[in-house]
Write a protein that binds this ligand. Structure first.
Ligand code: CO
Ligand code: CO
Length: 319
């Protein structure tokens, strides 16, 4: 869709619409750039409080993916007044506000409309030093690839809709989706990395594909190292897979070289459309140990080194 927009000529636009990055970056002074992003969606879990918290963590994630610090948020609300009790909206807003408070910020404005289907999200504004913007371009061959959350939220959301998700799986998915990517962003800034993005709607391989294309490199993913949410293997084997995941699979197909023993369910799993997924980070190999230490220091759980950057442009090997 971005190709329908006119080209940008303002030199203060450090990151605009032409690079498929996570957030816009706008130069204010030599020391400070503004970072802005917006994200909203329909409920993916039944509990309105957690829906609000997930939407907030997801909106903040694009700020963290750029290596930036959030300053404040604006709420975006669609709600069917008269159909659902207003207390439900109260819970959504409370979940969002609690998550922002955990990030050290607040929603200081917003907009709501009457809407048949509830929707919630945020515009988040942050800052970053102009020299420390982390883009999705910049990965170089030899970099280690890190993923900071397990995969499978799309599959579990579909299982919830079909009434086949186990309570343990739902709890694990909610815990993962409400976790802030703040610790991973701090670890990134502390260590210095080459490139990053957050894993959301296009899935691990879709977002990795954007990163390698933007960087003019390729990558290898070691599937056995990719962290997964509980029960997603069984669900994927039982074909509990969202439409978005299948579309992701189709769109990366020509760029991915699957080892001959990777079953279809696992191929789909690696393309699973995520909500509030982890950061995918390319770290220079000589800083990998320091980065791992920093992740631990900042309390990031379930991170993994899932592969490395290779020279062959645009090609992703899955072994
Ligand atoms: Co993003
Ligand atoms: Co986004």
């Amino acid at each position: 869709m971005l190709r329908y927009l006119p080209p940008i000529h303002d030199p203060r636009v450090l990151v605009g619409t032409n690079t498929n990055d996570d957030a816009a970056v706008y130069l204010l002074t030599e020391e400070c750039a503004l970072v802005a992003t917006v994200d909203y969606f329909t409920p993916i879990v039944d509990d309105p409080y957690f829906f609000g918290a997930i939407a907030a963590a997801n909106a903040l994630s694009d700020i963290y993916a750029m290596g930036a610090e959030p300053l404040f948020a604006l709420n975006l609300v669609g709600f069917p007044r008269g159909t659902l009790p207003i207390e439900v909206l109260g819970e959504i807003l409370r979940g969002g506000a609690d998550k922002l408070a955990e990030a050290g910020i607040a929603a200081i404005g917003g907009h709501s409309i009457d809407d048949q289907e509830p929707k919630f999200g945020m515009c988040v504004i942050g800052t970053v030093h102009p020299q420390r913007v982390v883009r999705n371009a910049g990965a170089v061959p030899g970099d280690r690839l890190y993923l900071t959350k397990p995969l499978g939220t799309g599959i579990i959301s579909t299982a919830i809709k079909r009434g086949v998700a186990s309570p343990a799986a739902v709890e694990a998915a909610i815990q993962s989706m409400t976790a802030l990517n703040r610790g991973a962003a701090l670890a990134m800034q502390q260590t210095g990395v080459h490139a990053a993005t957050d894993v959301t709607g296009f899935g691990l391989l879709g977002h990795l594909h954007e990163m390698v294309r933007a960087s003019g490199v390729g990558a290898r993913v070691e599937r056995a190292r990719v962290p997964l949410l509980p029960t997603v293997v069984d669900l994927a084997c039982a074909d509990v897979v969202p439409g978005g995941t299948r579309r992701n699979y189709e769109s990366v197909r020509e760029s991915v070289r699957w080892a001959p023993d990777v079953p279809l369910w696992e191929q789909l799993l690696l393309c699973d459309a995520q909500t509030s997924g982890g950061l995918l980070i390319a770290v220079p190999v000589e800083r990998a140990a320091a980065f791992e230490q920093a992740l631990q220091q900042h309390g990031v759980r379930s991170w993994a080194c899932v592969g490395e950057i290779l020279p062959q442009e645009g090609v992703i090997e899955v072994v």
